[in-house]
Design a protein around this ligand. Structure first.
Ligand code: PEP
Ligand code: MG
Length: 896
């Protein structure tokens, strides 16, 4: 039983862990009887064995030999045979598609002897030398790590010398010369001659693929996409078929639907007389599939049939790479294709309408992240000041405004300083990945919708415009020109990834159709869409999928909102309540002096006066909030942060007092204030006098807030409203703390009910945001009518990471070296912090069956965390208003 190698004919699409995505899908296509050139896959297990020891396992060499022999027998040719050579391609293929890795070396098996055999057998000398120069070029770049520009420059020089406008204009003799030049480059740059032995070429290429798993850019990509570092990649060895055998040959990339808009209808790019990398690199501009139909109707119709078969089989949008060799179609790759956010929504619904998938499945085909991309604003078509530079291909939607930059380093440098940048390149290649991540948008002069830039940008959700042929990028002067205009590095440009437009300067933005739908409903969104069919289809799809998510989700979605305006926005976006109103925000601005007076009061009377002044203000805050949230739960949290946050900064005040003293000025108020600030100063305020501790230490503060809530409720009731306030106590660690606050709350509630002649039964609950609270939740539930998990503080205190300092300090290092896959402040750490949540849910519900529980930390809006909260049995998640639709969708997905 082979351990490390599997023939295409043996596998299937479900073996992605072992065969990688490409290998598994090649196997599946082979099983389906589609025309796949024979070959075999070296498994990820082999890569992992290599990574563990740094050595190619001896068994792998043996298994490669056996597989190669089987292949040679099947095609009746031998690798690198001088008279009739079998040539193979070597292509990486991890479980998840990864543009950061080495992709492909074609034409392995060619050498000084077999190139002649290939020429004789094919009857095409030019083709044979072209194939050989491609091998040396690709091998040099990807296996020997020689700068690709050196080869490209030699090729350009040759074209110039021959007056050739395209590489297809070079003759066999030109290409033969170029092969010699390329071999000289290899020797000069690597110190070794280009390997002539076919098996040596193959073995070196396999090791290069293994090594490419751990390059910086592959690691960067994995970090960004949260792909584990230890999966390893598979390597696919496939019989070469040739798209560069003249006018009846070619190569292309196609999609079963438009991956940008989701429009039905097959879609793709085709290049006559070319090999695969020419299309993806965007080196020459391509033909559309409709043009291909004119050029080669038979291959086109075979391709169309194969694509239809694939889409029906995978029941999803597929993309394919194919080659036509002298009129015969070959399928080189397929996968469920990447798509933009609008396309994802539209395709999911259309597949339902075609009865290929169910509505539940459709919901699994879209993500909250995609929905949030749809909510990005758009450029305003009515902004009359906009200056259109050019219009090219819309490759990935969005409206990006930023400073033009011309290389990856500059993009990264400026982005680190907080600047928005648009990366402008002639074409992108995998080395640009860092810059693409750092940019808000990407613009290229060459390439089609399937070029590297387009594919990667789509995958990352970055705005991207490609193939802007009218722009002339000049790296030397770091500028580009369009007609008479010149745009220099740092100049602001704006690109529209939905229309392909490129503007000089910034452009006004307007809400996206999805946002209009979410805030104002379907009719308003359709009206905004006008006659634009793509947009109409999109808003309908968002409506259908979100409606379905709402129908099947168990989790309620509430919002964190502190003001009536935020609450209104949240409600319009579908929030079913306020899960957290942080009342401390109501003490900022003009009101800061009032709270300062509470803190500085010399006696009870002074303090009570200050509190009395705050009461009407708080009451009206709550009245407004409760009016906005009429009929829905409104959880108001008592003041949480340390009091010193409401006092002046210690250092600034010390300086002010010292300077005044030096000038001989008398500033008793400042001196008194300084004494108070010193008194309040804490080395670790996050672990200090805050939350419930503060409420118990500063007399009257919580009482003021509770009274304001009760009175506001009474006012709303008197006005015929339907208020549902809840009082939430922060940072509880012991049930005793909560008893004290709860008893006080009950007294105040009874007082206000009596005074105002209403009946008040406002639930009092607490946040679970300290490990001790989670561990003693059974006891705390005795005093709490509800729990809300404050996963920000719970993460901070469980890990001992300061939530205010940690991100910059060492998280980058920690994600680099694999200690953390992702910040635990972003996605709940299910094993640690999540375990505490789970314990608290179980203990709490044991003590108080049916107790309402939710989460109001930032995790409430994070897709992966939402799944966890669903699984652990919470009743609701609460997140910032603009995340509410995302949470609705993800809560629906979690329920499937
Ligand atoms: C929390 O700690 O998760 C929380 C919601 O409270 P805050 O962020 O205000 O500390
Ligand atoms: Mg907190």
């Amino acid at each position: 039983m082979a351990m490390y190698v599997q023939d295409f004919a043996e596998g299937d699409k479900d073996q992605k862990d072992l065969l990688g995505g490409k290998g598994a899908n090649l196997a599946e296509m082979t099983r389906l009887g589609l025309p796949v050139p024979p070959g075999f896959t070296i498994t990820t297990k082999a890569c992992r064995a290599y990574m563990a020891t740094g050595e190619v396992p001896p068994e792998l060499r043996v298994e490669v030999t056996m597989a190669l022999r089987r292949l040679e027998d099947e095609v009746e040719r031998q690798l690198g045979d001088p008279y009739d050579p079998l040539l193979v391609s070597v292509r990486s293929g991890a479980k998840f598609s990864m543009p950061g890795m080495m992709e492909t070396v074609l034409n392995i098996g060619l050498n000084d002897a077999s190139v002649k055999g290939l020429a004789a057998i094919s009857g095409d000398e030019r083709f044979a030398w072209d194939s050989y120069r491609r091998l040396i070029q690709m091998f040099g770049k990807t296996v020997l790590d020689i700068d690709g520009d050196v080869f490209a420059a030699a090729l350009d020089a040759k074209k110039e010398a021959r007056g050739a406008s395209s590489d297809t204009d070079l003759t066999a003799a030109d290409l033969h010369e170029l092969v010699d030049e390329f071999k000289a480059i290899v020797l000069a740059e690597s110190g070794y001659p280009f390997p002539q032995h076919p098996r040596e070429q193959l073995d070196m290429a396999i090791v290069a693929v293994f090594d490419s798993w751990n390059t910086d850019r592959a690691r960067l990509y994995r970090r960004k996409e949260r792909i584990p570092n230890d999966l390893g990649t598979a390597v696919n060895i496939c019989t070469m078929v040739f798209g560069n055998l003249g006018e009846t040959s070619g190569t292309g990339v196609a999609f079963t639907r438009d991956p940008a808009s989701g429009q039905p209808g097959q879609y793709g790019d085709y290049l006559v007389n070319a090999q695969g990398e020419d299309v993806v690199a965007g080196i020459r501009n391509t033909l559309s599939l409709a043009d291909m139909e004119q050029v080669d109707p038979q291959s086109f119709s075979d391709l169309r049939a194969a694509m239809r078969r694939l889409e029906t089989h995978y029941r999803d949008l597929c993309d394919v790479e194919f080659t036509v060799e002298r009129g015969k179609l070959w399928m080189l790759q397929t996968r469920v294709g990447k798509r933009t956010a609008p396309a994802a929504f539209r395709i999911a619904c259309e597949l339902v309408d075609e009865h290929l998938i169910t509505m539940d499945e459709a919901l699994t085909r879209v993500t909250g992240e995609q929905l949030s991309q749809l909510m990005f604003p758009r450029f305003d078509a009515n902004d009359s000041s906009r200056v259109l530079l050019t219009k090219a291909m819309a490759a990935s939607p969005g409206a990006a405004v930023g400073a033009a930059v011309f290389d990856s380093e500059e993009a990264v440098r400026r982005a680190a300083l907080g600047e928005d940048v648009v990366l402008v390149r002639r074409e992108t290649n995998p080395d640009d990945l860092g810059g693409m991540i750092a940019s808000v948008g990407i613009l290229t002069a060459r390439g089609g919708k399937t070029s590297h830039a387009a594919v990667v940008a789509r995958g990352m959700g970055r705005t991207c415009v490609v193939g802007a042929e009218k722009i002339d990028v000049d790296l030397a002067t770091r500028s580009f020109t369009v007609g008479k205009r010149t745009v220099k590095e740092g100049d602001t440009i704006a690109i529209d990834g939905s229309t392909g437009e490129v503007f000089l300067g910034a452009v006004e933005v307007v809400p996206s159709p999805a946002t209009t739908y979410l805030e104002r409903g379907l009719d308003a969104a359709l009206e905004q869409a006008g006659e634009d069919e793509d947009t109409r289809a999109l808003v309908r799809a968002v409506d259908r999928l979100l409606t379905h998510a709402d129908a099947i989700r168990r989790l309620r979605v509430e919002a964190n909102a502190d003001t009536a305006a935020d609450a209104a926005r949240a409600r319009s976006l579908g929030a079913q309540g306020i899960g957290l109103c942080r009342t401390e925000h109501m003490f900022l601005g003009d009101r800061r002096v009032l709270i300062e007076r509470v803190i500085l009061a010399k006696d009870d009377t002074q303090r009570q006066d200050a509190l009395d002044a705050l009461l009407p203000l708080q009451r009206s805050d709550f009245e407004e909030l409760l009016a906005e949230m009429d009929g829905l739960p409104t959880t108001i949290r008592l003041i949480d942060p340390p009091l010193h946050e409401f006092l002046p900064d210690l250092t600034e005040l010390s300086v002010r007092v010292a300077l005044a003293a030096e000038r001989g000025e008398d500033t008793p108020e400042d001196i008194e204030l300084l004494a108070a600030v010193r008194r309040m100063h804490e080395a670790n305020p996050m672990l200090g006098l805050r939350g419930v501790r503060l409420g118990l230490v500063v007399p009257g503060l919580f009482a003021l807030q509770i009274r304001a809530i009760c009175e506001a409720t009474a006012v709303r009731l008197a006005a015929g409203g339907n208020p549902h306030p809840e009082i939430m106590v922060p940072l509880v660690g012991s049930v005793q703390e909560l008893y004290l606050v709860r008893d006080e709350a009950r007294e105040i509630m009874a007082d206000v009910a009596r005074e105002r002649d209403v009946s008040l039964d406002i639930p009092v609950g607490c946040m679970i945001e300290l490990p001790r609270a989670a561990l003693t939740a059974g006891r705390i539930a005795d005093a709490a009518q509800f729990f809300s998990f404050g996963t920000n503080d719970l993460t901070q205190t469980t890990w001992g990471f300061s939530r205010d300092d940690v991100e910059g300090a060492f998280f980058a290092e920690y994600t680099d070296n694999g200690v953390l896959a992702v910040s635990p402040f972003e996605t709940i750490d299910a094993r640690g912090v999540g375990k505490l949540v789970q314990i608290a849910v179980e203990e709490g519900r044991k003590a108080r069956p049916g107790m309402t529980m939710g989460v109001c930390g930032e995790h409430g809006g994070d897709p992966e965390s939402i799944r966890f909260f669903h699984a652990v049995g919470l009743d609701y998640v609460s997140c910032s208003p603009f995340r509410v639709p995302v949470a609705r969708l993800e809560a629906g997905r979690a329920a499937i």
